[in-house]
Ligand binder design. Sequence first.
Ligand SMILES: Cc1ncc(COP(=O)(O)O)c(C=O)c1O
Length: 395
Amino acid sequence: MAYDFTTIYNRHNMDSISQDVQDSEFSAAVQEKRIPLWVADMGFATAPAVTEHISKRMEHPVYGYFLPSEEYYNSIARWHEESYGWDGPSKETVGYENGVLGGVASALRLLAAPGSPILLHSPTYNGFIHVLEGLGYRMVLSPLKKDHRGVPRMDLRDMEKKIRDNNIHVVLFCSPHNPSGRVWTREELQQALRLFAKHDLTVISDEIWSDLTLYGNTHIPTASVSTDAAQRTIAFYAPTKTFNLAGMIGSYSVVLNPRLRKALTEAEEKCHYNNMNVLSMHALIGAYSPEGRAWMNELKKVLEYNIDSMCSFFTSIDGVSVFKSEGTYILSPDFSKWCASNNTSLSELVQKGIASGVMWRDGKYYNMPDGIRLCLSQPSSLILEAIKRLRPLFD
Ligand SMILES: Cc1ncc(COP(=O)(O)O)c(C=O)c1O
């Protein structure tokens, strides 16, 4: 490998909730031996291209007000063209966001009054739950349903019933899906978007995981599936998941419908709370470079290895079922049968794992009562060590 995905960084006191957070959930663990699989950031150093671009900018020590550069917009446009064959993003259609969740919050406020029902899938990314609860919306959950091969799929009938029964006009859509690890196919997206069109829903599409598609799966931008989808979608993207830049903050919207775009831009700009950081702009330019892409391609091989290893471990245990994620670095095994036949509750199992230093996370935070979520975005040696520590729990 040309890049380093093996160094284990000590991130203590280095601005890292992954290592330093000590809430009640994790207090049982011995600090030094913890393997942080609970939060969706990575143990890897970012791509060298990112650091180089930031460092180059820092050679000029003046950081005054600025406007996003042509290079910034061109980098985003080129990235989407090369990744997804999609020409949606341009200087006109891209808007800056203080984080994807911040963008989701702005879009929600624009489209629905507090108290309104919002459609989303379960299991559910916990950040969505926080935002919806925080802003006073009503979550209407449509559970993903496993098919005969154990693949979680959207249940269109259930979605339609919930849209009708609750008179829903906004859906918060996650593609690829956290925490199931699904990368929606074109056909699935087209079916969902046809349903949204039939009932005239506006689609807030969180595509922060779009780069991290694995095993040959490809991401299809929601807005690209039809001319109608292009007009009803507000999409959010970021280099922050892919390049481990969450602490830099820096995301962007792509909105092709001029009316929605104008409304979103005005809502975000008028409050003056949504301004870009100059170093985060340069981070994005470095990330979305050919060198950044080469780094990402190697990263994906490491993530595939990690997911393969953890999946073969879980599939070897009677009563544990696991869908092998097609994208993201998240795995959500289901322990319902194992817990029932071993007379153990899921939270007991979670606590035992944590006591061994494996910081996995109870599915209750994700509307996933029988599952535990693991983020496999650490050097492979740590993933193998986590498996070694978890094994005795199932003996
Ligand atoms: C689906 C999804 N959206 C948004 C975020 C957070 O994005 P940001 O840090 O840009 O707000 C995450 C982080 O895990 C995520 O999984």
